[in-house]
Design a protein around this ligand. Structure first.
Ligand code: SF4
Ligand code: F3S
Length: 112
C-alpha cells in the first residue's frame, strides 16, 4: 500500500505535504507533486495536510491510473522536501475539473 497524489494537486501544488513526510518521498513536477510508491511507508500524515485533498490511500477504488503516474514520475522528477510559497493561482485551480487533460505537464519541477 502507498499514498497517491491525484488530479486536484495539479496547478494547486500547495506543498504542505512535503513538510510532514518522514521519509521525504515526494517528487516535483512542473505543476504537481507525486509520491514514490516504494518509498512511502503508509504513515498517512500527509493526507490531512493537503488543502486540496489531493492525497489518497491507494486502497480507494479508481486510483490505478494515478498510482501508475506517481510510480512513473517519481523516478524522473527531483525530490522535494522543502515547502515553497504556493503559486498565486493555487486557489483558482482548486476543484477545477479536467486539470489533467488541460494542465498536466511531464516537465520536472525545480526540486529542493
Ligand atoms: Fe510520506 Fe507518510 Fe505521506 Fe507516505 S503516507 S507520502 S510516508 S507522509
Ligand atoms: Fe499537491 Fe496537496 Fe501536496 S496540492 S503539493 S498534494 S499539499
Amino acid at each position: 500500500m502507498t499514498y497517491v497524489v491525484v488530479e486536484n494537486c495539479i496547478k494547486c501544488k500547495y506543498m504542505d505535504c512535503v513538510e510532514v513526510c518522514p521519509v521525504d518521498c515526494f517528487y516535483e513536477g512542473a505543476n504537481m507533486l507525486v509520491i514514490h510508491p516504494d518509498e512511502c511507508i503508509d504513515c498517512g500524515v500527509c493526507e490531512p495536510e493537503c488543502p486540496a485533498e489531493a492525497i489518497k490511500p491507494d486502497t480507494e477504488p479508481g486510483l490505478a491510473n494515478w498510482l501508475a503516474l506517481n510510480a512513473e514520475y517519481s523516478q524522473v522528477w527531483p525530490n522535494v522536501t522543502q515547502k515553497r510559497e504556493p503559486v498565486a493561482e493555487s486557489k483558482d485551480f482548486d476543484g477545477r475539473p479536467d486539470k489533467f487533460k488541460d494542465f498536466f505537464s511531464p516537465e520536472p519541477g525545480q526540486g529542493d
